[in-house]
Design a protein around this ligand. Sequence first.
Ligand code: BF8
Length: 619
Amino acid sequence: QKKKERTIDENAKPLIEMALREGFETVWDRYEMQQPSCKYCEAGLSCARCTMGPCRIIPPHRIRGVCGADADLIVSRNLLDMIATGSAAHSDHGRDIVETLYLVGMGTATDYGIADEDKLRLLAQEFGIANDKKSAKEIAALLGRAMLEEYGMTRNTLQCLSRAPKATQEIWDAAGITPRGIDREVVDSMHRVQMGVGADYTNILLQGLRCSLSDGWGGSMLGTDVSDVLFGTPSIRESKVNLAVLKKDHVNIAVHGHNPVLSEMVVKAVTDPELVALAKKNGAAGINLVGLCCTGSELLMRKGVPMSGNHLNQELVIMTGALEAMIVDYQCIFPSLPRTASCFHTLIVSTSPKAKIPGSYFFDFSPDKGLVTAKAIVRMAVENFKNRNPARVNIPGSPVPLMTGFSNEAIKKALGGSFKPLINLIAAGKIRGAVGIVGCNNPHVKHDYGHVELTKALIKKNILCVETGCAAIASGKAGLLMPSAAAMAGDDLRAVCESLKIPPVLHMGSCVDNSRILVLAAELGNALNVPIHKLPIAGAAPEWYSQKAVSIGAYFVASGVYTVLGVMPHISGSPAVVSLLTDGLKGAVNANFAVEPDPVKAADLIADHIEKKRTGLGI
Ligand code: BF8
């Protein structure tokens, strides 16, 4: 890759050029240094799970590992491992939030409160907790406890599965993939990847679907719902995005990672009058908090905190020379960030005992001492302002405005109280269908290109896009999250957006908020009395990299949503696994994966699929 091919993000380009000129290492350099990649690993044909190996499958002679596993088994076991890892990451994040709810109820997390009591009471009702005479605090304790039990294995079912249309639940039962407990499915999966357990690739991959469902309809869904309860259900608002949200004359602090239990405390801490006064005393105009990656999306959706970028922007934010501190929790954080920061004055502050990073300042963050810890970190950032080298400050361009906050509750409100108008628009063909575009950046793909080109191609075909995670941020930077982007949509979608004053691309949140997309699909299915797989909808992950994204793709497909990937998973070494995922799964869950790196061709695949589903529904 040449430098001009690394990104389409205009604000990132000058910083990448500066990094190349001055020798600051970035993710793209490390990617290049890793080329050519190992073709056995790329095909999924290497296995280092036990010490009888490591093994590689090299036909025609080396067709089994030492244990006797063939290509199909090795590829499927590797994939199940990825799904279980991703599901665990999302669900453990969900657990941290549910635990915070429980601690609020028990009175030990006093810095937190109940921001959406209506949602709390609705959830309590759903979980069978009588709540008419109880206080919000009492309900928080009972609901927190009930939700924590979803992680165990005594109930053998998950409450939120019942949100799906009955016919979809029956498909899961018939395929034997109804999840039993959130942790249980991860443990079951890890058991199967132990040598001498899982031996049948189909059986292994069906467990992958079950494990992923426990993420989407379990851990992630609890994470989203309880975050709404604790921090507020998002409503439509405007903010801005890209590296230029950093301010030259302010103390700049970025929160990076995933869990709003941390970042929401930082939001509180940066408005502390004493800390603001200290910033001014140190010569800054104030404190400027910006988000990055998914925790940034959490704050953007609920508070309108400006967003500095997505996954491949994380090193570049530091290279502006204007960032006093980057506060991280877990997931998607380059372990080399302290190395990057060592060339500048930025402090990397880690906060999770699960994600200690050598070279970072570690603060042991927990909900019982949330605000005091957040204030201590912010104080350190403010004190660091004096170490900034003004000659190094380089904040390119200016921010792009965006509209955010499209929770299902906010969408319904914008539609006048129900999804009925949306269903009518789809039935009338004004909106042909909807696509969830989700996932990461990956140096295999030109940064943001896959997301932006796919999104543009789909809206042109009058297909509404709902986006989360780094995909949504890519669209934001490209101006697609503003109502004015309707001008880029097909005539019908443009007219709809103009009349509702909404963008053709709706930001629905972080990656755990893909559960909002599941709920949207479920509500549409329930309203039409059809299973999810009959709806004119699809999923796409044009630039995915993460195990979490594999879990998301798997629960989309397991829920009946055709999903197109822009990056090939490491499965090509087993034609049988490829055929199962791209075709055979239709027999079990009426949906399948496709892989198409060209976003324009991917849009064609999706549009064809949507038209077929419309025909099936007779619309
Ligand atoms: O959970 S989209 S790069 S930041 S994994 Fe990570 Fe991918 Fe971004 Fe959030 Ni999701």
